[in-house]
Each structure stands twice: as C-alpha cells, then as structure tokens.
Design a protein around this ligand. Sequence first.
Ligand code: UGA
Length: 439
Amino acid sequence: MQRIGIIGCGYVGLVTAACLADAGSSVLCADSDKRKIAKLKSEGVPFYEPGLDELVLKNHKAKRLRFTSSTTEVVKGSDIIFICVGTPSRSDGSADLTAVEKVATDIAHAMDAYKIIVEKSTVPAETGARIRKTIEMAGRGKTEFDVVSNPEFLREGQAIHDTMHPDRIVLGVESKRAEKTLRALYAPLRAPVIVCNIATAEIIKHACNSFLATKISFINAIARICELVDADVLKVAEAMGLDKRIGPAFLNAGAGYGGSCFPKDVDAFIHLADQKGYDFELAKAVRKINTDQRTLLLKKIEEVLWNVKGKTVAVLGLSFKPDTDDLRNSVALDVVRALQDLGALVRAYDPKAMPKAKTELKSVRFAKDAYDAAKGSHCLLLMTEWAEFRDLDLGRIHKLMQQPVIVDARNFFDPETVKVQGFTYRGIGRGASAPQPRR
Ligand code: UGA
C-alpha cells in the first residue's frame, strides 16, 4: 500500500486526504499554519463543507488520517506527495507560486528515496517543469523522483461527492512508473483516466474552469439582451440546455461567478496567454461581462428603489454560492459594500457564512434569520440561493417589510408567485424594464 502525503490543508488538500484515507490509504497531512493543524487534531475542519467534518473525524480516529506541521515528516513518511498549497492571484492577474516553490524546495531537502510529487494546486502551464527544476537544483540530483500534474475538479459544497465520483481523472506524467502508481491509486474510483504530458494536464484544468466561466458569462450576456427585448432567459437556457451538444449545466444567469477559482483562473489564463504572445480576447470578454453583472445589479436596485440613500436593504446569502461558508470573491460582499457606499443600511442573513462575514463587513446588521433580515426593509435582495430560502413564508416577509420589493440576483423565486403575493419583482434577464450598464 502506497503511503500518501498531503501538503496544504485547504479545501483541495483536506478533501483529497479525507477521501483517500476513507478508501483505505494511510495519509499524513502537513500545513505551515500550526493553528490549523492544532484545530484539525482536536476540533475538526476549520471551514464548512458538507460531510467533511465527519469524514475527517472518522479517519483521524481510525489513524488512517494524521496531521503534522512538519513537511519533512510528510516527505520522509510518504511515497506519493500531493502539493495542495494556495496559488493566489497577484495584482497583475498572474498566479503567485511562491508557496509551490517553497514546498518543492522543502521536498528536495527532505527526500531520501524515490518519490512521486503530484501537483494538485491549480497552477499555470509550465509549473510542473518548474517544480522538477527546483527539486533537481535544491536536491542536487541525489534522489530519483517523478512529477505528476493531477488537477482537481471538485466543487465546494459537493467536494466529497466530486472527489469520490469524478467525471475523469487527469494524469500529466513523465514516466510509466508514475502513471502505473497513480492509475492503481485511483482504480477504485472507476473513472475514465486521461493520460497526457504535464503541460497538457495543466492546460486542461485552466481550460475547464475558463470554459465554465464562459458559459456563465454567455448566459449573463443573453440575459441582458432578454431584458432589452422582453424575453425570458430561463426559457432560453432551458431550451439551449436540452440540446445535448450544449447541456444544461452552468447556464444559470445571475450575479456572476465568484469564489476562489473562476475569477483567479480566468485571470491567470489570460496572463499566461499574454506572456506567450496570444491575446486571449474571449477570456477577457468573459471577465468583463462578469464584472459588469455587479454594476447591472446595483442599477436594478437603484431603478426600483429610486434613492438608495437611507433605505434598508435585506440581503439574503453572503457566501459565493450555497452550501459553503466561503466568502472569497463573493459577489454578495461587493454588492453589500457598494450599497453601503450609496448610503443604504444593510441587514444580512446567511445560514453558514455569518461568522466569517462579521470579520469582513462593517456596519452590517447581521440578522438571526431571513425574517429578521426583512424586518423594516425597503428591498429584499437574494444574493445566494441557499435551499432553506425555498421554504420562506413570503406572506410573512411581505408584512415585515417597509415596502414589498424583491431583487433576485439568482433567479431563485418564481416571478408570478411573488407578484401574486404583492411584491414588485426584479430578476436577471426576465423580461423588459431592467436598466443596462453604461458602456
Ligand atoms: C469550480 C469548478 O466548478 C470546479 O470544477 C473546480 O474544481 C473548482 O472551481 C476549482 O478550480 O477548485 P467552485 O468554485 O467550487 O468550483 O464553484 P462552482 O459551483 O463552479 O461555482 C462558481 C461560481 O459560479 C459561483 O459563484 C456560482 O454562483 C456561479 N455560477 C455557477 C453561476 O453564476 N451560474 C451557473 O450556472 C453556475
């Protein structure tokens, strides 16, 4: 049985570790953040991901999943080492790969036998080659190793399911030996395996995320046209999605994409292409449409409220999408801040993200539930489509509000139902009477 090492206990690292441990592997995880390791050893997962706490606890108790703050310990005690550290955006859009380089150097110093080093963090093309060079230079060629690019495609909120039931496994390899070992590791998942060179695997990851972002921006652009001609984007998306060549996923028009992946990866892909001399205009347009969605949403709120100053907006949902408490690049946070700049008072409620939001947002009145948020407000703004909002008693919300207005940034409500309840309703791309952002 191969011993697994994981360096970096964020979403990708921790989910990979817990799933591999649950499948029977012995997994040792390291993170440079000692507080995180202490928390993982005692209290559990430091963020909300459905099912992960239980999986980590179960496998930690069974001693298949262990934690340390020493990278050296992980390297010495593992045959396969997954690099899962963060690759944040720099101000020019490129990925900051300092943490990847540091881990590669640490691995080189601690390596005492053949190792397979798997790059799982999302990185631009040619990072695998850089990792190889770094290890060769720092380790002075003393120990044999292989680098593999094995990009991760899990979604937050469904991370365990996505890891256990992947659509495909991508293996960017440079030797048959590494390919054989990784194929055996993933065999229980029974997923199609794509074997390619390292640069191809790196491009696959960026291409997938950018394509999904493109689908979202495409439908958001269609939504704008729908508003101009009195058409309904939901019907357009439904009909488009039934075409098997297009498919229904990621055609939900809304406030635009957020999170720690799409904005960063589209930026990094544009930057990589620029560096290589290709002007990736399509990706630039995708990014611009996404940014413009925020402006459009604010205009919608201004149009329906007239003067925003002094009015109270009840914001439902703060995380970048449902089933996570992740606030990174959350459109909701940007919109809350913009509303405050316009002089609005904000009351907000989110089922899971409020503890984190309290450290990010100032002067927001955090409510105990959606009804508490709606109390005395002039506009109910739905930003994140949490399932629990399905059961809202709209009649009760109507009574609690100062004026019955719903702006639905995720096309979550049925316009007819809310109109029957007496609300003025604005969705995204659901007919005429919506303002367009200035060019
Ligand atoms: C995304 C990808 O879906 C994963 O495959 C990938 O592994 C991950 O990035 C990553 O690179 O680590 P994630 O960021 O967790 O996963 O979330 P998504 O479910 O893809 O949603 C991203 C954003 O797009 C959210 O803000 C969501 O609200 C928005 N979205 C999604 C739409 O606006 N419309 C849609 O139709 C779908």
